[in-house]
Each structure stands twice: as structure tokens, then as C-alpha cells.
Write a protein that binds this ligand. Structure first.
Ligand code: FAD
Length: 564
């Protein structure tokens, strides 16, 4: 049992067990408040059971259940009233302690003078003011990490962003564009920032790899503190993350966007042979040039392109690599001698049906063999063999093997391990946020965006471009800086490079709703067009580097939505 002193006579704890009650009494507490609704989880003791044990131990027990994400000012007031009436000291608990702590903050905020111009500022005032809460700060100052015998002091920032990729840098820039004096730190271990959408064009011989990378220091907004480390653990109940070197960083608000994990080990033999034996992937910066080498070198034989189960980032990327390769072979007059096969773990060519007819024209033009429900499970690089498990209509499965002269692999993808094992994840491992506000469903001061969330949109930089300003607005709304919040509609985009010089520009939101950014007479997204290619090759890179990463929200300015 972990009881943490929050302020004065109030301590908080994560879920307590019946056996803990006696120890709570021995620690000198006189009362218990339960803020967790009964039956939230299997095996959780009910309030009646806890109250029975409390009375036996001579303690008072009160029940004030609240739901995460739906805690109102009135709940805070009720909490304060209950706390004041109870014998002290008091321990309050919920699942993690976070809701109890929020209730206390709301109650204290309500007690501050009305001149404080927003709830967010009042809460922040309490958190950051040692006078207002000496005990809380005392506890925070004691939060130290220990590594190699050395004690390290905790660092605190108002806003912490985990991940300095497309989503993280854009979100920081959008926040600063609205309020330039924010205290923001980005935790990011990498020296290099990548424009991953450019890797398809590297694999297609259009871009050089170097055009898709910049030193991280050059894309970090100048007003941001860059903490060059990895997060390894989240303690959302304590508003704290733990870094790889053991340091703890506390925050008032947390924005989580470390992307997803490419699971190269998820295919037997793959990582041993990547970059040799004709095995490549545009999903890695260093391998995309190898794709183009292989494509140029192949004169005859079998070319295989694979797609793993969803969700993956840029679901069109495995096909884009295939169409650009086949187009090269067609132009060189080699296509009749090259057998192109697409092996997709899913059951359809593309998730939004409206785009399939245009893609099928290219499948036919390039004489591509489509193999659905076929999941790549093993690769023998030196033997040039790929093994798949095909799921049949009756639910049974069989093994399918093919020889290859070149194979482009899109690896299986999951949430990063440190996210999967954290309290922030849903049952599938992704960060569990509201699809509209992008706010965490349990922790009110946590937001998520980019590839790591469980929102059912296309995981693309285009989606992050739309999400970043929305998260910025909503965080500022929470802080009382903005009067309105904004709602994400699920927009994402996938420019399908069907041949060199032409693109089918898929743009859609939640539920596959078609959402073109430009009028049909400018770019018809259902058809392959040169204008869409021009957009991808010439316009989108500068829009990314000079617009999105700088907080210039071209075409994605969030619309305000009044709170009902
Ligand atoms: P990322 O950009 O991947 O950034 C995540 C960051 O988090 C990284 O910098 C990483 O170092 C950091 N990080 C990881 N772990 C930690 C940790 N423990 N602590 C702190 N930081 C951490 N999108 C499009 O819109 N259009 C396209 O045409 C397109 N094509 C694509 C083609 C390919 C081949 C690929 C691979 C992707 C493509 N995408 C495309 C997808 C797009 O690149 C991603 O959706 C986008 O980069 C997601 O942004 P993100 O910030 O969530 O993740």
C-alpha cells in the first residue's frame, strides 16, 4: 500500500485492500474517503467491505465515487465539505489516487479568490506555489531518481511532450504560436528528425534519403526545453514520467506522442537479412535507398510486397512501393519478365472502398497477383524464400511459401512497449484517448496524438498535422487560456503513388468519410492525377518543414467548438 501525503491532513492512495485498513489505522489516520465507484474492476473490494473493516478498526469511512474525465467543480466542493467534516488525518483513494488528488485540487481552486481568471490557472497556481501547498511541494521535491548510487533531483515543467516526431514538434509549435511564454519540454532521444512520408519517394528513386532528415536540434522550437532521453515509465497518478537515466520529470500537463513500434522481430529471420539478399523496406531510413537499388537491378524474376495486419502507419505505403517499382519495370520494358505479388494480411486492397477502383486499374496494368489474408511469418534471406500463413474462409489456415528475387517488407506494428505496459494504454496497448478531444479517458491532464493513440483514423503525418493544433487548443482550454475547445474529425491522408508522376490522393476521416482538402476541379482524389503528385513531391515537404513544424497551420486551423 502506497499512501502519499498531499497536503496538511490529507493523504492519497491507489486502491486499498481490506487488509490495508488496519495498517491505515496504525499509521494514525482517522478517516477514509473512497472516490472509486464500486465494480470498476474485477476483484476490487466494494465500499461496503472497506467501510466494515474501517469501523472495526475505529475509522470513519465515506463514499464519494467519481468517474475519470467527468469530475466537475461540484465534486470538488463535495469532497472539501466531506473532508472538513471528517476526523483527521484523512486518506482518500481511487484506482491510482489521481481522482482523489483532482478532487482536492478542484476544492482548493474553488477556495481561491475569484480574481484568478481561470480554473486551469488556479489549479496550476496551487500546484506550483509552495506557500499554497507546502506539503505537496515537499513531497514533490523528495521525488528523486536513483541510478548508479547518485540521487537526482526531479525536474518540473508545465507541459511535457513525450516524442519529438511529427506530432510532438508540431504540437509544441502550435502551443507556442498561441501562447509564447509556455514552459514546454519535449523528451526525445533521437539526434535526427525524419520526414517519413518522403521514404516512399526515396524507395522510388525520386528523393535522396538525406532530403528526408534534419538534425533534431534544428526542428525543436527555440522556446522548448529539449530533454534528450527516453521515457521508460509513466506515473500519471503522480503527474510524473521516469527517464532512461532514472530522472523523474513532473508536469502539470502531459502530451504523449512517441509514435509506434516497428516489430522487425515479429517475422522470423527478418532482422537477420534486412538490407541484404534482396530483402528491403521503405519503413527504415537506411533501407529505402536499398529498395531503389533492388528495383533498378531487377531484370527478371519474382518481386514480393507484403502488408501486415492493421493498424500500421501509412496503410498505403506497402502498395506505394509496389506501384512505383512496377511502373519502373514497365517503363524499362521488363514488366513481362517480372512476376509481382502482393501479400496482404488483410482482406481488402484499401480500407476505404471508394479508392479501390482506381487502384485496381493499376493492379491490372501491372498484372499484380493479389493474395489476401496472407500474413508474412518468416523469411529465409539466403534461400530467398518467404513463408506466409493464409487464413481461409472457414477460419482454418495453411502455410504458403514463395521464392523471391526481391521482397519489400512492411513490418508488423504495435504500440511501443513502455506505452503498452503503462496505465495510459487500452487493452490493445495504444494510448486511450477520446476520439474528438484527444484527451486521455482516465487522466484529465494527459493528451495523446500521432501514431500512438487508439483513435481509428489513418495513422499518418497528415493526421498528426490536423491533430496537433487541436491538442494545443484543448490543452490551452484546460488551462483557461482559450475559451473554446476543438474536436478532431479523424482526418488523415494517404497519397497513393500509383505511377511516377501520378497519385490517387486518399483523404478521409472517421468511418471512411471522404474529406478532400481541395475542390474536385483542382484535385480529384478518386482519380490518379499529376497535380496530386506535384503536391506530394513539391508542396508537402515544405508544408511539413516550414509550416507544420513551425506552428503555421495551413489548411488545418482548428474550428472552435463551444462547450455545450
Ligand atoms: P513519429 O514521427 O514516428 O515520432 C515519434 C518520436 O517519438 C520519434 O522521434 C521517437 O524517437 C520518439 N520516441 C520514441 N520512443 C520514445 C520514448 N520512449 N521517449 C521519448 N521519445 C520517444 N504519413 C503521411 O501523412 N503521408 C504519407 O505519405 C506517409 N507515408 C509514409 C511512408 C512510410 C514508409 C512511413 C514509415 C510513414 C509514412 N507516413 C505518412 C506516416 C507518418 O510518417 C507517421 O504517421 C508520422 O510520422 C507519425 O508521427 P508521430 O509523431 O506520431 O511519430
Amino acid at each position: 500500500m502506497q499512501v502519499r501525503k498531499l497536503a496538511g491532513d490529507l493523504s492519497i492512495a491507489p486502491q486499498i485492500e481490506i487488509a490495508d485498513v488496519e495498517q491505515i489505522a496504525r499509521l494514525g489516520f482517522k478517516s477514509i474517503i473512497c472516490n472509486r465507484p464500486d465494480n470498476e474492476a474485477a476483484g476490487q473490494p466494494s465500499f461496503v467491505e472497506i467501510a466494515r473493516a474501517a469501523h472495526k478498526a475505529g475509522l470513519e469511512a465515506k463514499y464519494l465515487p467519481v468517474t475519470s474525465g467527468a469530475i466537475a467543480d461540484e465534486d470538488g466542493a463535495a469532497f472539501g465539505e466531506m473532508f472538513e467534516a471528517l476526523p483527521k488525518p484523512v486518506v482518500a483513494y481511487c484506482k491510482s489516487g489521481n481522482r482523489s488528488s483532482t478532487l482536492w485540487k478542484l476544492w482548493r481552486a474553488g477556495q481561491l479568490p475569484r480574481e484568478a481568471n481561470s480554473l486551469g490557472e488556479r489549479i496550476d497556481g496551487i500546484l506550483s506555489s509552495p506557500q499554497a501547498s507546502p506539503d505537496a511541494m515537499g513531497d514533490r521535491a523528495k521525488e528523486t531518481g536513483e541510478r548508479g548510487g547518485a540521487q537526482m533531483r526531479a525536474v518540473h515543467h508545465d507541459i511535457i511532450i513525450v516524442g519529438g516526431g511529427s506530432a510532438g514538434v508540431s504540437c509544441a509549435a502550435s502551443l507556442l504560436a498561441r501562447k509564447g511564454d509556455l514552459d514546454i519540454a519535449i523528451i526525445e532521444p533521437s539526434d535526427t528528425h525524419y520526414y517519413q512520408p518522403g521514404w516512399t519517394l526515396v524507395g522510388g528513386g525520386v528523393f535522396r534519403a538525406e532530403q528526408t532528415a534534419k538534425p533534431m536540434g534544428r526542428v525543436m522550437p527555440s522556446k522548448v526545453t529539449w530533454i534528450k532521453d527516453s521515457v521508460i515509465e509513466f506515473n500519471p497518478g503522480d503527474d510524473c514520467v521516469v527517464l532512461g537515466d532514472g530522472r523523474r520529470v513532473t508536469y502539470n500537463r502531459l502530451i504523449v506522442c512517441p509514435g509506434l513500434k516497428l516489430d522487425w522481430e515479429g517475422v522470423e529471420g527478418l532482422s537477420d537479412t534486412l538490407g541484404q539478399n534482396g530483402v528491403t523496406s521503405n519503413y527504415r531510413y537506411d533501407l529505402a535507398p536499398y529498395t531503389w537499388q533492388l528495383v533498378q537491378a531487377l531484370k527478371t524474376g519474382i518481386a514480393v510486397f507484403t502488408q501486415p495486419p492493421m493498424p500500421i502507419k501509412c496503410a498505403g505505403a506497402p502498395q506505394k512501393a509496389m506501384y512505383l517499382s512496377a511502373d519502373h519495370w514497365r517503363r524499362k520494358g521488363r514488366l513481362d519478365d517480372i512476376d509481382v505479388g502482393f501479400y496482404n494480411a488483410g482482406g481488402v486492397l484499401f480500407g476505404v472502398a471508394e479508392y479501390v477502383p482506381a487502384l485496381m486499374e493499376y493492379v491490372e496494368r501491372y498484372k499484380i497477383n493479389l493474395n489476401f489474408n496472407c500474413k508474412l511469418v518468416a523469411i529465409d534471406g539466403p534461400g530467398h524464400m518467404a513463408r506466409f500463413v493464409e487464413t481461409l474462409k472457414d477460419g482454418s489456415s495453411r502455410t504458403v511459401e514463395t521464392h523471391f528475387d526481391m521482397i519489400h517488407v512492411c513490418p508488423p506494428q504495435t504500440a511501443p512497449d513502455f506505452i503498452r505496459r503503462s496505465a495510459l494504454s487500452d487493452q490493445d496497448g495504444w494510448v486511450d484517448v477520446d476520439t474528438g478531444t484527444l484527451r486521455h479517458k482516465t487522466y484529465d491532464n494527459v493528451y495523446g496524438l500521432g501514431d500512438v493513440t487508439n483513435t481509428p483514423n489513418a495513422k499518418t503525418a497528415a493526421a498528426a498535422r490536423k491533430q496537433a493544433p487541436i491538442v494545443a487548443v484543448n490543452v490551452l482550454f484546460d488551462m483557461g487560456v482559450h475559451k473554446t475547445r476543438s474536436i478532431y474529425d479523424g482526418y488523415g491522408s494517404c497519397p497513393l503513388t500509383v505511377e511516377r508522376g501520378k497519385i490517387v490522393l486518399a483523404e478521409f476521416g472517421y468511418g471512411g468519410k471522404i474529406m478532400p482538402s481541395l475542390p474536385k476541379f483542382v484535385v480529384d482524389g478518386m482519380r490518379p492525377t499529376r497535380r496530386a503528385w506535384f503536391l506530394k513531391e513539391r508542396l508537402l515537404p515544405p508544408i511539413y518543414w516550414r509550416g507544420m513544424l513551425k506552428g503555421r497551420e495551413w489548411l488545418v486551423k482548428p474550428k472552435p467548438e463551444e462547450i455545450r
